[in-house]
Design a protein around this ligand. Structure first.
Ligand SMILES: Nc1ncnc2c1ncn2[C@@H]1O[C@H](COP(=O)(O)OP(=O)(O)OP(=O)(O)O)[C@@H](O)[C@H]1O
Ligand SMILES: [Mg+2]
Length: 293
């Protein structure tokens, strides 16, 4: 039994003992497609909807979670594994009350931990289950061991894809690599696709259709569509300004799309917004008053 098997077995045991958080791993084949932006904004909106959310940054990308939120964590996962810190001590508070755990150098070590450190890690991390409703793991991109392990271990995976051909082919390669692993349980897993940086709704849907047909045919994996985010300048400027779009422009299009995804994730039915508002009501009131004397 390798370390990854051991980790999963222990997590299964823990699950039976305590109520669990909902864990969502955000991943992609190609880097730079929007995983971190999406993780952060989803976390903020889920928190707005009354869920307690923590993000674990297991990504070594350039604009990582701390950059996007403009916060500097004092400790990271390595301090929990090697430095005797508790899980509470390594959580940094972010906007809207979200929690944030920086992976730091601890993530690279995760798949190769010795038994004792692994036991220590799990017994500490399991505390998150009682603290948070949702744990979002920003996994980083590609077919690195740690990314594949996170995808295999998380019951729910959010796969981010952009219209770039390499983003689509790399997403396929990632799923192919995951599919090859003996622990991959297709029945238990829900893989949801987000199309990002698309020019419109239709393009997002087309990309999803394309991937989903191929993945279903060759890998026998059924994908679900969570939604799309258009190419939008406020997504990139929000990184520079270190304020996520959900806070900066909560009514803007990217934020509205994120809200739609969160509603889907929480099974909240989409409510058709009344288009008229008070003006229309008042006008028709005046009109009817005139007509009726
Ligand atoms: N819908 C969008 N419209 C415009 N720019 C976007 C959009 N989504 C993401 N970006 C920009 O693309 C860049 C990469 O985004 P982000 O860092 O979230 O990707 P990532 O997948 O986490 O990258 P990495 O693989 O390096 O971790 C950022 O500058 C971000 O602002
Ligand atoms: Mg990233």
């Amino acid at each position: 039994m390798d370390q990854a098997d051991e980790l999963r077995r222990k997590v299964e045991q823990m699950k039976e003992q305590a109520p669990s958080s909902r864990v969502i791993a955000v991943t992609s084949g190609k880097g730079g497609v929007g995983k971190t932006s999406i993780s952060v904004n989803l976390a903020l909106q889920l928190q707005n909807l009354g869920k307690k959310v923590v993000i674990i940054d297991a990504d070594f990308g350039l604009a990582n979670v701390e950059v996007m939120l403009g916060i500097r964590p004092q400790y990271n996962l390595a301090d929990l594994i090697y430095g005797g810190k508790s899980v509470e001590e390594i959580i940094t508070q972010g906007p809207n009350g979200i929690g944030f755990i920086s992976g730091g150098s601890g993530v690279q070590d995760l798949v190769n931990l010795d038994k004792l450190s692994l036991k220590k890690l799990i017994s500490k991390m399991v505390k998150l289950d009682s603290m948070y409703d949702v744990v979002i793991i920003d996994t980083g991109a590609g077919i690195a061991d740690s990314v594949i392990e996170f995808v295999i271990s998380s019951p729910e995976v959010l796969l981010v894809v952009t219209p770039e051909p390499t983003s689509i082919t790399d997403a396929y390669s990632l799923l192919k690599a995951v599919n090859r692993k003996k622990d991959f349980d297709r029945e238990e897993k829900s893989i949801k696709v987000v199309t990002n940086r698309v020019s419109n709704k239709e393009e997002g849907e087309e990309i999803f259709e394309k991937i989903s047909i191929v993945v279903s045919k060759f890998l026998n994996i059924q994908l679900e569509y969570l939604g799309y985010i258009p190419q939008n300048n406020s997504m990139s400027s929000s990184v520079l300004e270190q304020t996520p779009v959900l806070i900066r422009e909560p009514e803007g299009e990217p934020a509205m799309r994120i809200k739609g995804m969160c509603n889907k994730l929480l099974d909240i039915p989409e409510v058709e917004k009344p288009k008229s508002g008070i003006a229309k009501v008042l006008l028709s009131f005046i009109k009817s008053k005139k007509n009726n004397g």
